[in-house]
Write a protein that binds this ligand. Sequence first.
Ligand code: AMP
Ligand code: GLY
Length: 425
Amino acid sequence: MRVLLIGSGGREHALAWKIAASPLLTKLYAAPGNPGIGREAELVTLDIADHAAVARFCMEEKIDLVVVGPEGPLVAGIADDLRAENIRVFGPSKAAARLEGSKGFTKDLCAKYDIPTAAYGRFGDLASARAYVEKMGAPIVIKADGLAAGKGVTVAMTLDEALAALDACFDGSFGQAGAEVVVEEFLTGEEASFFCLCDGATALPFGTAQDHKRVGDGDIGPNTGGMGAYSPAPVMTPEMIDRTMREIVEPTMRGMAELGAPFSGVLFAGLMISDKGPKLIEYNTRFGDPECQVLMMRLKDDLLVLLNASADGQLAHMSARWRDEAALTVVMAARGYPGTPEKGSVIRGVEEAAGDCVEIFHAGTAINSGALVANGGRVLDITAVGGTVGGAQRRAYAALDRIDWPQGFCRRDIGWQAVAREQVR
Ligand code: AMP
Ligand code: GLY
């Protein structure tokens, strides 16, 4: 099979690594990719926002399947535009990607299908949003409706913070994404990420993970795209997975089909787990980054077979098998992240640091005059498997400490909740 992978982050490097291991693969291209992905795939310079150019490339190169990594192109309708040219795609249509592209759309779907989630209101103007927030009081959560690169959510512990967040949305801080606002009840519990592969009708459970969104040790400081993750998530017991499928994922699949927007691709449910069960915080319509990296380390099956089954509506006949071991990834970021990261510093020793049970995925790197340099906020994902989360954590940090990059930083406590649980047992 000839495959084109769209994207350039650590998630896409992990996907490329796993796709490249498939005996079905004859040629892998990646657009735009990064130097790590370049070890697994031929990189092509394509403007991925130009869907006609991507389609032309696929026809010229006889691409059998396009795998779309990030949400941006999906929400912009790349899957529809490629399918219109009879090109097979792994990923949801524009209408189905509204599950990520509009928080209000998802909340209304939850209300209609009785899917457990935080109580909410949707607002298109500041005055009515303010009135609702003042009535509900803090803590409360303010969300820009559209895609805001992970920055559109404020968990406000005080009324002042909540009102400031509303002002920011309606001031245009998030552009069009903030023209509408969702205000939500503050949920408590433990967060977990739950993934399903979907083909429009069937949802196949596809692993669990937990990530660390805050930049600092002890889960403090500003939110990021994720500073590390591990899999499996201990809170996602078989019973909790069953409930999540029954109460959240299956009604969503049914609802999307009824709306004429059957969902195919990866459905990534961000969950809050409490003693009352799972509640949906949000959906994403692609793999998590860095959650994908730990899932790929644990997946035993041929990823390409599963992606094909999703694209062809054949998931009802499939299963996914996982290594019993845990996997954990630590993100190395460039100084300044999640604000403006410093670019261009030289990174040494990456190849030497990887080894048995350790993969180093590139997230934001480039080659400059032959040297590997930082080229983004999140730069490297040091990813390891081990018999326990603690074991994977020790391996990942041992590898990380062999990398010579003074301008990089990481959290030192990725996996702490799971490791604490293991120590109690
Ligand atoms: P989101 O981008 O929707 O995943 O939100 C980012 C983070 O904000 C989530 O991972 C949660 O930690 C937090 N969050 C979002 N919604 C809520 C909520 N209703 N209650 C508590 N925390 C929330
Ligand atoms: N790590 C969270 C996300 O990919 O949205």
